[in-house]
Design a protein around this ligand. Structure first.
Ligand SMILES: [Zn+2]
Ligand SMILES: [Zn+2]
Length: 143
C-alpha cells in the first residue's frame, strides 16, 4: 500500500488516499455505486465457495462477448453476496471510483465504464474514505 494523490477529473481537487496493488495483495476491489467507499475482497476463493465461477474467456471463445459483456450476469449474481454500503448504496462491479470531495467519478464526469466490463480491470484500487473488507468469509469495517 502506498500514499497516493490524484487530481479528480470532475472537480479538479486533489484527492489523497492509499493505493493498493491488487495483484500483489491478491485481492479484488468493488466500489460502491453511490459513494467513494470500497469493498476489498481478500478471500480469493470467496466466489467459488459461494457457487460462482467467473468464466475466463478470450475473444473467439464460445460465449465470449465484446468488452467481456458475458461477465455482467456473473457480476449480478456475485453482488448478491455483498453487504450493503454504509451510505445505503451497494457495492457493484461496474461502479467506478468516486471522488470524496464532489462524489462524481474520479476519472471525470460521466466517465463510467459504459457497461463494458473490459474497462474495469484495474491493477490498483484507490481507497480514499474507507473500506470494508472480506477476509476468511467475514465482512469487516476497516478503521
Ligand atoms: Zn471531485
Ligand atoms: Zn456507499
Amino acid at each position: 500500500m502506498t500514499e497516493h494523490v490524484q487530481k479528480c477529473g470532475a472537480c479538479g481537487e486533489e484527492v489523497k488516499g492509499e493505493l493498493y496493488h491488487l495483484g500483489f495483495s491478491d485481492m479484488d476491489a468493488v466500489y460502491c455505486w453511490d459513494c467513494p467507499n470500497v469493498l476489498l475482497i481478500k478471500d480469493h476463493d470467496f466466489f467459488e465457495k459461494n457457487g460462482i465461477t467467473f468464466p475466463h474467456l478470450m475473444p473467439g471463445d464460445k460465449g465470449w462477448q465484446e468488452y467481456n459483456k458475458h461477465m455482467l450476469p456473473y457480476y449480478k449474481e456475485a453482488e448478491k453476496l455483498f453487504p450493503g454500503c454504509g451510505c445505503g448504496g451497494s457495492f457493484r462491479f461496474m461502479a467506478p471510483p468516486r471522488c470524496p470531495k464532489c462524489n462524481d467519478y474520479l476519472a471525470g464526469k460521466d466517465k463510467d465504464y459504459g457497461g463494458k466490463p473490459y474497462y474495469r480491470y484495474h491493477k490498483y484500487v484507490f481507497v480514499t474514505v474507507g473500506s470494508v473488507y472480506l477476509e476468511n468469509g467475514r465482512f469487516c469495517e476497516s478503521t
